[in-house]
Design a protein around this ligand. Structure first.
Ligand code: NAP
Length: 328
């Protein structure tokens, strides 16, 4: 079956539309002048509830489903609650993918994460590194759930011939990110800590580890554009990496965040804390080959994310949603 093209008649359901990726997808559809997607918050529809999810998809009957709903968190959250990360993500995926299959939804984009790849995968990480070695233990529960999702997409393709696809984004950041002091990812966590240090006049900010690990960061708006590009131009059983293909050290990132926030104190590294893997960057050759490249540079992306963060601090409803209500 040929994938449906995105146009004004295409009904898109974005699962997780209030999240970092989901909200960027809503913006990306609007930028293209496409109709607003079908959406539901987790309070309106708990996607772990199979029966409710099946009823919702039967009622809405979308042409395209983007599965951007998941239990997502940084190292600390993954390490503290592996059972929830495994169970919630498996249940969300099973409910949504089974319901979409029952409806014969022609096009599904399943979003995984670069943590599905082995801890010691050769860098930059190619898609065919999947299942070639042991996972990073701190987020293996989450990664196993995501790998099950990739396999689910492959299985439906093989059995039903539906052109469902999977995308594996690198570390993402941007407006709508989660700034929770313990549950957030490294970049929003640094933005918040440098901001609070500047506000309080602190002399220094302590960053975990040696600062030498290299990591890749992609703006969520670029990730959303890449997802739409894949929906329009890709059909295949293997996941496609979504990233920039370039990396920075954590020390460079911290320096950039300090500049953007206007923090002029010292940056100290707590070398008693773990570094994680020395380098993690995706090979984005497949996505580039499909004619897509990111547009947002890291400094520019950090500046707009920081502007959004400052605006959000002034909005009580944003504070409630994205972890901003939690004091350090
Ligand atoms: N953030 C990253 O750096 C990153 C990197 C690579 C891949 N990804 C992938 O991208 C996808 C989206 O991540 P994200 O960063 O956008 O996450 P996020 O900001 O935490 O948003 C997740 C969304 O999922 C929804 N959700 C969670 N549990 C739900 C449930 N039980 N029922 C219904 N909705 C539920 C939430 O809905 P409500 O807001 O309505 O509660 C929320 O909007 C995930 O699959 C993740 O693995 C993210």
């Amino acid at each position: 079956m040929r994938p449906p093209v995105l146009n004004s008649a295409t009904k898109v359901y974005i699962a997780g539309h209030r999240g970092l990726v989901g909200s960027a997808l809503v913006r990306a559809l609007r930028r293209r002048g496409l109709p607003d997607p079908v959406v539901a918050t987790s309070a309106e529809l708990d996607l772990r509830d199979r029966a409710a999810t099946a009823r919702f998809l039967a009622r809405e009957s979308p042409d395209v489903v983007v599965l951007a709903a998941a239990r997502v968190g940084g190292i600390a959250a993954n390490a503290a609650q592996p059972a929830e990360f495994l169970s919630d993500n498996l249940r969300i995926q099973l409910a949504v993918l089974d319901a979409a299959r029952a409806q014969g939804v022609p096009r599904v984009l399943f979003l995984g994460s670069s943590c599905i790849y082995p801890k010691l995968a050769p860098q930059p990480i190619r898609e065919d590194a999947l299942l070639t070695g042991p996972l990073e233990p701190t987020n293996s529960a989450y990664a196993i759930a995501k790998i099950a999702g990739i396999e689910h997409v492959r299985a439906v393709r093989a059995q039903d011939g539906l052109p469902w696809i999977s995308a594996m984004p690198t570390n993402l950041y941007g407006p709508g990110d989660n700034f929770h002091p313990t549950a957030s990812h490294v970049l929003p966590g640094l933005l918040r800590r440098f901001h609070e240090a500047r506000e309080s006049g602190a002399a220094s900010v302590v960053v975990w580890g040696t600062g030498t690990p290299r990591r890749e960061f992609l703006h969520a708006d670029d990730a959303a554009e890449a997802c739409l590009h894949l929906l329009e131009h890709f059909d295949g059983p293997d996941p496609v990496n979504v990233g920039t293909g370039t990396d920075v050290t954590i020390a460079e990132l911290a320096g950039l965040v300090a500049e953007v926030v206007g923090f002029t104190g010292r940056v100290e590294f707590d070398t008693s804390k773990p570094d994680g893997t020395p380098r993690k960057v995706l090979d984005v050759g497949v996505l580039r080959g499909l004619g897509w490249a990111p547009r947002t540079g890291l400094r520019e992306g950090l500046e707009s994310t920081y502007r959004w963060y400052l605006e959000s601090l002034a909005l009580p409803e944003q504070r409630a949603v994205r972890g901003l209500e939690v004091a350090q």
